[in-house]
Design a protein around this ligand. Structure first.
Ligand code: ARG
Length: 470
């Protein structure tokens, strides 16, 4: 393999070691970012008089030509090179001779790789965030159509209290909203240029780090040249935001898997996002939801690997850091694929409103409201709770619902008589629609409140998606 360096004489690096060290198969994905950073570097070298102006211009032009040829497919990154940085310098040298050899003045591969990769990760924060917003929008469309669709809310997978499908889906949405916030934070902190940090101690040449930062489009140069080549916390931040996001997608997918089972029957997954069985013709399987759940583990593993990769490294650069890119790309691919699939999955859902409503029959999800009705009439909560419990027990024994109670049923506890309420009044209070309607507090399931949330999130997403970047 062609390298930029030479150690000792003789045959040099053992071929097995050579193969082991090579990162070209992974970092050729950064070729365009490396070209952007190299052009900024060449422009700055010319402006600072470190290179003759015409040499700097020749480097910039040749790098543009290389980019065009790569985009058109007439040039491919040479897989024999040690890494993408070596490839670019070799290519410039092949085309421009000594001028090509002059590009590396005032930089090292340590700041070069950090700059190209950091640019990529910063942009990935923005593009993954857009995908989060698109998934959120798909969820909001579903919620919007179902602010009045009653269903049981669960705790411990037991029917607990009536909510609406909109309220449940909005729970996913606000989690995704925070995920978008984490990616925006990660993008802001990644927005610093390591270029000009050299191997670790900058350069004795009169380079201008502010100039290269602004030419590349970074907000500013990084504050310390050792930190800039040694730390990958900006990769870890993306990975960490991605891990939390995947945890959320995985949970929402678990809901969808349960809901689409015959046991629940709350939704059908449309043909765009469900799969058949090779043996059982009747099946409609939730494979996309399951694979999103499965990919979460891969992303958590990647985050863990990145943290462990860095924790024991002495300052500054060590070759261990080369692992960062493969781990990152694996995470990025998994997360972006999961988000795209999740959007389609949610859009394809066909809720069965009748089945959801039917699941509220039995299980007494309105029992808390019995207690709260008594509280409203001045009975202490614990006493109200006991009275409600006795009333529910009586209904269970009589095999009837709370809507069917008669006066004698209220005799189970003296609290009912103390309120002066009739059985018909109690039953009316327990109407399921009414139970949801009166849950009017901020964040609650009342349609008025869920519509507010939908409007707030929709307006925000429309504004965000209209902007080109953050
Ligand atoms: N391929 C290397 C990486 O990804 C580039 C930096 C190499 N630097 C060095 N000092 N060997 O980290």
């Amino acid at each position: 393999m062609a390298t930029l360096w030479q150690v000792g004489g003789g045959p040099g690096l053992d071929p097995a070691v050579d193969r082991f060290l090579s990162s070209i198969a992974v970092d050729s994905r950064l070729v365009l970012e490396d070209i952007v950073c190299s052009q900024a570097h060449a422009i700055m070298l010319g402006e600072q008089g470190i290179l003759p102006a015409q040499d700097a211009a020749a480097l910039v032009d040749e790098l543009s030509r290389i980019r065009r040829e790569i985009e058109e497919g007439t040039l491919t990154v040479d897989q024999q090179a040690e890494d993408v940085h070596s490839f670019l310098e070799a290519e410039l040298t092949r085309r421009l001779g000594d001028i090509g050899k002059s590009i590396h003045a005032g930089r090292s591969r340590n700041d070069q790789v950090a700059a190209a990769f950091r640019l990529h990760v910063r942009n990935s924060c923005v593009s993954t965030r857009r995908k989060v917003l698109e998934s959120l929008r798909a969820c909001l469309t579903l919620a919007e159509a179902h602010t009045g669709t009653l269903m049981p809310g669960y705790t411990h997978l037991q029917r607990a209290q009536p909510v609406t499908l909109a309220h449940h889906v909005l729970a996913w949405c606000v989690a995704l909203e925070r995920d978008a916030g984490r990616l925006a934070d990660a993008a802001r902190r990644a927005d610093e240029s390591p270029l000009g940090s050299g191997a670790l101690a900058g350069s004795g040449l009169p380079i201008d780090r502010e100039r290269t930062a602004s030419l590349i489009g970074f907000a500013k140069p990084s504050a310390n040249t050792m930190d800039a080549v040694a730390d990958r916390d900006w990769v870890i931040e993306y990975a960490s935001a991605a891990a939390t996001l995947m945890m959320h997608l995985s949970r929402a997918c678990e809901d969808i898997v349960l809901w689409s089972s015959s046991e629940y029957g709350f939704v059908r997954i449309g043909p765009k996002a469900s799969t058949g069985s090779s043996i059982m013709p009747q099946k409609r399987n939730p494979d996309p939801a399951e694979l999103i759940r499965g990919k979460a583990g891969r992303v958590f593993g990647g985050l863990q690997a990145l943290l462990v990769m860095e924790k024991g490294l002495p300052y500054a650069y060590n070759r261990d850091l080369q692992e960062d890119k493969e781990l990152f790309f694996d995470i990025e691919t998994a997360v972006n694929g999961a988000l795209e699939t999740f959007s389609v999955l949610v859009t394809s859902l066909e809720p069965d409103v009748g089945r959801m409503r039917a699941a509220l029959r039995g299980g007494f999800p309105e029992a808390t409201d019995v207690a709260e009705l008594l509280v409203k009439h001045g009975i202490p909560f614990r006493t109200s709770y006991q009275a409600a419990k006795l009333l529910v027990q009586r209904c269970v024994e009589a095999n009837k619902s709370l809507s069917e109670i008669v006066e004698e049923d209220l005799a189970v506890h003296e609290a009912f008589a103390a309120t002066g309420l009739s059985a018909a009044e109690v039953a009316a209070y327990l109407d399921l629609e009414a139970c949801v309607q009166r849950r009017m507090q901020v964040g609650g399931p009342a349609p008025l409140r869920t519509r507010e949330q939908i409007e707030r999130l929709s307006a925000w997403i429309a504004e965000e998606l209209a902007q080109a970047s953050l």
